[in-house]
Design a protein around this ligand. Sequence first.
Ligand SMILES: C[S@@+](CC[C@H](N)C(=O)[O-])C[C@H]1O[C@@H](n2cnc3c(N)ncnc32)[C@H](O)[C@@H]1O
Length: 288
Amino acid sequence: MRKKLKHSLSQTGGTEKTFCVYNSFDIIGDLAITKLPDNSSANAQAVAEAIMNRHRNVKAVFAQESAVVGEYRLRRLTCLKGENRTCAVHKESGCLFSVDVGSCYFSPRLSGERLRIAQLVQPNEAVINMFAGVGCFSILIAKHVPSAKVYSIDINPEAFVFMQKNIQVNRVYGKVTPILGDAKKVIETSLQGWADRVLMPLPEKAVAYLPAAVAALKPSGGWIHVHLFEHASKNQNPADKAKQKVADALAPLGLSFDVTFVRKVRSTGPNWCQLVLDVFIRRFDSLR
Ligand SMILES: C[S@@+](CC[C@H](N)C(=O)[O-])C[C@H]1O[C@@H](n2cnc3c(N)ncnc32)[C@H](O)[C@@H]1O
């Protein structure tokens, strides 16, 4: 598919620089979002046209003009071609996710990780998703394991509205409970000692919020899935660095734990990647 896109770019007069784009666009429902390489704005229309020619279901192409920033993890988008709207419905693993990519975080690149986690969940598990966005992890879990109960927290009111809608559309009402608020405060006030499994899909806050994730677990212990960004130069192993970060954050709590699995979720820049660590916290009743 990428080769075909490169071919159609060459036919619309794209340069080598423009071709970089074929490594960096996402399709979310019927919208495409591309990061244009520096100096390629002159070719932006050609890129947008090539994407729409290749992907006939794409109704609009947006350029991502900023990094993902702020508490709600948003990016600045400019419409290059097609319908100027940022709402879409994305199909993933048998679920439908409505999202406004202008006001909510969403990445199709997490689809593999979402499915992996859903497949780990056991019948009747109590799960907390601390940074749920429009509810993708939570809904996929409920679809896979109907007896699981998921509390799905996000601080962004717009994401919360879409999460409510997605819970209805995917018919997991009563299995996924949406909560609007700061995950740490929500856990402190109402979810301490409740969960078998806690998801932390927000690398920027994962370390600071680890004590809250531990507090959410049952005293019998449980799983925490921690997402981190890690830099590693040639001779370094990003997984080792990430494990050390988690160990340092858990050390003051005096817990016994194992990091059973580490996986690169995606590359995020030269020598940078997003990792997820599966951390099993052993029984810790005496800490309460
Ligand atoms: C990377 S996105 C989550 C992606 C989502 N899990 C998915 O699969 O699409 C991180 C989310 O965390 C939310 N967030 C940021 N700070 C938060 C906090 N303190 N408590 C709860 N949610 C928070 C943001 O609004 C954003 O929707």
